[in-house]
Design a protein around this ligand. Structure first.
Ligand code: EPZ
Length: 426
């Protein structure tokens, strides 16, 4: 398994370009299943998860062409196989998103249950309940969801007991071709949900209210092809801003949109960072100061994103003061705390709460990534730790960060990748 080797102590300065949002690109690529006409999508990030979803669509019979600058052309007119197999779904849970489009266009789907992951049990009961409300017949057996809608899907009023991002996206896609109108209550407000709704509407869907907790979808007969560009990645944006904050430097992130991360920018200012916010870029300047500790409460959008909790924990390990971090979304999203403690962090975890006392410095150590955002927090800690940090299992980070070592090196970090030869299985 590849590793990152980081020698800490460099103050980061400079600018990086932000890639397209992973959590927009995934549902938008899957939504191409809803139309028989060719679609082209720009600003797709070059990530392992995107490769996985393209492989899944390809196995179904879709034809995908990668043009220059990661513009992807998708043609699903020849899709014949409505199956999402376990060996792909288990590597990327977002594969559950094919359930809605397959039911809507082909009236059937066989999708492997994603199962849990490092950060939690990750159930999909709300996805399944919603599909049943739209008239699908669903059976779970041998680790698969068998779904069918022989008479097609019909509109219904749906209330999500919990706010679910991909649940909202799955039902929005299913409802787009259902007969009649569907109302999604307690829908997720995330920018990636809005991006998907905008994409579907550019295909001819009739979706109103995306970005609010009540989304109304009037089903249509067919959806057409279109050209679309994915929004910037707000989590990547904030990760590089935290890299500037943790090292006391000055970092500009370009090709991004500050409106995507209002609560995060507020938190960064609370650390003592000064922010210069423009329509397509954000400059963070710590002026060499040590960041102040900031409390974190993860919440659905527009609250503080759970996908940035680990990165801000890394920041808090060397900040001035004590921070209390509460994780309200996932039940097991503090695994990075154990690894940060191995670097000298003073963190005490109690249930869904972590208390973090800032220390004067961390010390480099061999650490292990456990999930995508935890691995980002270990890289951030390595940037500021004294000595060398080796982050193992960085395949996690490759799922969600495009060219992270190149982008961090551009900012002056001392980071490189050790490629581990794949040993033959015999
Ligand atoms: C999306 O996951 C993101 N993934 C996650 O990003 C992100 O952390 C999460 O939303 C929360 O913002 C993608 O968009 C591909 P949820 P999702 O359904 O949709 C419970 C990353 O790092 N729930 O909003 O799977 C669930 O257990 C990833 O990029 C049910 O109980 O998350 C959780 O407690 C990690 N039943 C809460 O809802 C369901 O049927 C929110 O989960 C579905 C969810």
């Amino acid at each position: 398994m590849d590793k990152h080797v980081i020698v800490g102590g460099k103050v980061l300065n400079g600018e990086v370009k932000i890639s397209g949002a992973k959590n927009s690109a995934l549902p938008i690529l899957v939504a191409c299943l809803l139309s028989e006409e060719p679609i082209s999508i720009a600003n797709i990030p070059h990530l392992q998860d995107v490769t996985t979803i393209m492989e899944l669509l390809g196995r179904m019979g879709s034809h995908l062409t990668i043009k220059d600058h990661m513009i992807i052309e998708v043609d699903t007119s020849k899709v014949t196989d409505c199956v999402a197999p376990y060996e792909l779904v288990r590597t990327m849970r977002a594969s559950i998103l094919v359930l809605g489009p397959l039911l809507a266009r082909f009236n059937q789907a066989k999708v492997a249950l994603p199962g849990g992951c490092a950060i939690g049990s990750r159930p999909v009961d709300l996805h399944v309940q919603g599909m049943c409300r739209l008239g699908a017949e669903i059976e779970m057996r041998e680790g698969y969801i068998y779904a069918s809608a022989p008479q097609g899907l019909r509109g219904a009023e749906i209330y999500f007991e919990k706010v679910t991002v991909t649940g909202t996206e799955n039902l929005m896609m299913a409802a787009a071709l259902a007969r009649g109108t569907t109302i999604l209550n307690n829908a997720a407000l995330e920018p990636e949900v809005v991006d998907l709704a905008n994409f579907l509407n550019s295909m001819g869907a009739r979706i109103e209210g995306a970005g609010t907790s009540r989304i109304e979808i009037e089903g249509v007969e067919k959806l057409s092809g279109c050209h679309y560009s994915v929004i910037p990645d707000r989590i990547e944006t904030a990760t590089y801003l935290v890299a500037g904050a943790i090292t006391g430097g000055r970092v500009t992130v370009k090709n991004t949109d500050p409106r995507l991360l209002p609560s995060v920018l507020e938190k960064l200012e609370a650390t003592g960072a000064s922010l210069d916010i423009k329509p397509r870029s954000i400059t963070l300047d710590m002026r060499g100061n040590r960041p102040k500790a900031v409390d974190i409460d993860t919440r659905p959008f527009p609250g503080f994103p759970t996908d940035l909790q680990a990165q801000f924990m890394a920041l808090n390990t060397i900040a001035e003061g004590t921070a209390v971090i509460c994780e309200h979304i996932f039940e097991n999203r503090f695994m990075h705390a154990e690894e940060l403690r191995r670097m000298g962090a003073d963190i005490r975890v109690q249930g869904n709460q972590a208390v973090c006392h800032g220390v004067n410095h961390l010390t480099g150590a061999p650490v292990r990534a456990t999930d995508l955002r935890a691995s980002a927090s270990l890289v951030l800690a390595g940037l500021v730790a004294h000595g060398e940090t080796i982050v193992d299992r960085i395949y996690h980070i490759d799922r969600g960060y495009e060219c992270i070592e190149e982008k961090l090196s551009q900012l002056g970090a001392d980071i490189h990748r050790i490629v581990q030869k794949k040993t033959s299985s015999k």
